[in-house]
Design a protein around this ligand. Structure first.
Ligand SMILES: Cc1cc2nc3c(=O)[nH]c(=O)nc-3n(C[C@H](O)[C@H](O)[C@H](O)COP(=O)(O)O)c2cc1C
Length: 189
């Protein structure tokens, strides 16, 4: 498959539609290696990944749901949401937390590090797609809550850019859509 087709074939697959089968460890390693080859201004290489594999995923789910419980007022707490966070990854093979770690090169704008980490995440998704591995980039739940990054050992300077749910699915090939054709988002000068 050529690169454009690979990019167009990448789909977000809801983890509820995963099969529960494991993705081979070496594919996950390939995804992480691809991430590390993203472009990076000044070689800040700001991406960091926390990988939960197989049975370890339960500890992530517990962590995620308990953070929600801890940081939500009793009046706003929804048992349904708590259960959803606890069960979200039940059919995943791996969960990868993607973090942008702000470096100490103050001449590199923070935005550029976020851009680099975003590119790294896309690299991972494309390697997954090329191996018929399903992925879902989520920013839901407690992802953006300060406590989430802190509990994982990061600081207020750093940003969690997403939770990648990874697994096998029968749905990998469903057709995607875009609101605009590419010609509509380009101004030629
Ligand atoms: C930064 C970012 C955050 C996202 N967060 C969520 C999310 O929290 N929930 C969700 O359903 N999809 C999320 N998505 C996935 C988009 O919904 C998805 O990419 C979009 O629907 C297009 O579908 P496709 O990825 O199959 O082309 C996110 C995507 C990006 C780039």
């Amino acid at each position: 498959m050529n690169t454009l087709d690979l990019i167009k074939n990448r789909r977000s697959i809801d983890p509820d539609h995963f099969t529960g089968a494991m993705v081979e460890h070496h594919i996950i390693e390939n995804m992480l290696e691809a991430a590390n080859w993203a472009p990076t201004h000044g070689y800040t290489e700001p991406w960091r990944f926390i990988v939960y594999e197989g049975e370890k995923i339960a500890s992530f789910s517990e962590f995620h749901a308990s953070l929600y419980q801890k940081h939500t007022n009793a009046e706003q707490f929804l048992q349904k949401k708590y259960e959803k966070l606890k069960n979200r990854a039940r059919l995943c093979s791996h969960v990868i937390i993607c973090v942008n770690k702000r470096g100490d090169k103050s001449n590199i704008p923070a935005l550029e590090e976020i851009a680099a980490t975003s590119a790294a995440i896309q690299n991972m998704l494309l390697v997954a797609t090329s191996n018929q591995v399903a992925t879902f980039w989520s920013t839901g739940g407690m992802c953006y809550h300060q406590s989430f990054a802190e509990e994982l050992g990061f600081t207020i300077e750093d940003q969690v850019l997403g939770i990648l749910y990874i697994g096998k699915s029968e749905q990998v090939q469903y057709e995607g859509k875009r609101i605009s054709e590419w010609q509509a988002i380009v101004t030629w000068k």
